[in-house]
Design a protein around this ligand. Structure first.
Ligand code: PHE
Length: 462
């Protein structure tokens, strides 16, 4: 059998994994949840969960990958024959996410191009976003450009494609995020009735806990929001970290790398908050922050950028360029998890696997784009939200399948094979594993219980 490729070093692995973890979730979802959920309280809960729950899931998946040297589809059965079904589930998830992720990647390209070629007022105009996604051809073309770029990088392989691109993109991304954050803090704006609002005041809204009127039920919601966000943000429970883990050199210090990935992901989420919240607050006050989901990034932010005057255009180009980078490295990891699975299972070559998988992804991606025009319908999810194709794929993968995969993984490692399987892999070169006791308690008891509650909440049972 051909020798499996590995990352050249742990920096390559950390940057590639952080590239997967840092994505749209960090940039628009985290700031929005933090602003909505009592500011500092959400952040504190999130950080505590990241150090316990997030660390457990991430460590487990990377260890499964490195130990088995297999991708998600075949890794679980390599550990225990009868658990093949879990590999199949873990491989279906990225297949469902890839099409809608490239559709959103296409939206980001559209905004980047809009800021490069015209003044910010164009993208800030009412109805701009709606007009774009209801158009039949434009979103499709943008998705194709994004999807093909991702396919080319994955085609180039683990070292020349994934590792090399992450090493260039991730440092650039950090620089842009820090630059815009500093700029955002210096903003101030006087509105029509003479009220002056500054970016620094907006920062307080995000970081200072607002416990006014907080109830036990309210706290539970903050807790569940933080856990759901963490789960998505670290790219766990969808096979990705198993695939990347399978390329980690045996001599790398896993414990250290996993910590670095976690810190990277959390730091970028916090900085994204510093970048967005002060700016939105200065120009729009607290109402501006109530926009949820995609509308924060594609409707509210362009308005904020337009209100900044001439500099808004440059900031917009940098911002959407940075979002494009973040989305690109995440999409690469999603496609890689699928491609590696097919290569391991069916023993096909990388080029063949990439071509087959990207064609499937692009066809389903086209259906996602048509969900806003040709195939428009309204479907109500158990959570009460009105959904199109994109939201349905997102709901099925994130709220249903991902908790099932994560719970099952904890049962397999915690109860059937024993936490020692992971601990031995982490400490195979004699390294110390940080938080070992915590790991055992988390993987056996706390993580499966918390995940089950999260799952029941998603089904609308809570
Ligand atoms: N972790 C990514 C984020 O925070 C999202 C993601 C989802 C990445 C699925 C890969 C796969 O946005």
């Amino acid at each position: 059998m051909e020798k499996r490729n590995t990352f050249k070093g742990s920096i390559g692995f950390v940057l590639a994994a952080a590239g997967s973890a840092v994505g749209l979730g960090n940039i628009w979802r985290f700031p929005y949840l933090a602003a909505r959920d009592g500011g500092g309280l959400f952040i504190v809960v999130y950080i505590i969960l990241a150090l316990t729950f997030g660390f457990t899931l991430l460590m487990t998946e990377v260890a499964i990958g490195r130990k088995t040297r297999q991708s998600p589809l075949t890794a679980y059965s390599a550990l225990r024959k009868k658990w093949k079904w879990l590999g199949v589930l873990a491989c279906i998830i990225p297949m469902m996410i890839f099409p809608y992720y490239i559709a959103i990647g296409g939206w980001v390209i559209k905004y980047l191009v809009a800021f490069i070629t015209s003044s910010p007022e164009v993208a800030a105009a009412d109805g701009y976003f709606g007009g774009f996604i209801t158009d039949v051809t434009q979103p499709l073309v943008m998705m194709l450009i994004f999807g093909i770029a991702v396919a080319i990088i994955v085609y180039m392989g683990v070292n020349k494609g994934i590792e090399a691109s992450s090493k260039i993109i991730m440092p650039l991304l950090i620089l842009i995020v820090i630059g815009i954050s500093i700029f955002s803090l210096t903003l101030s704006y006087t509105d029509a009735d003479g009220t002056v609002r500054t970016g620094l005041q907006g920062l307080k809204v995000m970081f200072i806990p607002n416990l006014e009127g907080m109830t036990v039920k309210g706290f539970l919601r903050v807790f569940m929001d933080a856990m759901g966000q963490l789960f998505y943000s670290l790219s766990v429970a969808m096979g990705i970290m198993i695939a990347y883990g399978s390329y980690v050199p045996k001599e790398a210090n896993m414990s250290k790398s996993v910590n670095q990935i976690e810190i990277f992901d959390t730091a970028i989420a916090l900085l994204a908050g510093v970048m967005i919240i002060p700016a939105v607050f200065a120009f729009m006050g607290t109402e501006g922050m109530s926009a949820s989901g995609p509308s924060l990034m594609f409707v509210t932010l362009p308005k904020v950028l337009a209100a900044m005057g001439p500099v808004g255009r440059l900031v917009g180009i940098l911002f959407f360029g940075m979002v494009l980078f973040a989305a690109l490295t995440s999409a690469i990891s999603i496609l890689e998890a699928i491609v590696a699975s097919f290569m391991d299972q069916f023993k096909v070559s990388r080029p063949k696997a990439v071509i087959i998988e990207s064609v499937i992804g692009l066809v389903v991606g086209a259906i996602v784009c048509f969900g806003y025009n040709l195939l428009y319908f309204e479907f109500t999810l158990p959570t009460g939200a009105v959904a199109q194709v994109l939201d349905i794929l997102d709901y099925l993968s994130n709220s249903i399948l991902m908790p099932i995969v994560a719970i099952s993984t904890c049962i397999l490692i915690g109860w059937i094979l024993g936490p020692k399987t992971v601990i031995d892999e982490v400490t195979r070169n004699g390294e110390k594993m940080n938080r070992k006791g915590l790991y055992i308690v988390m993987v056996k008891y706390l993580a499966p219980v918390l995940l089950t509650v999260l799952f029941l909440t998603a089904l609308g049972l809570f």
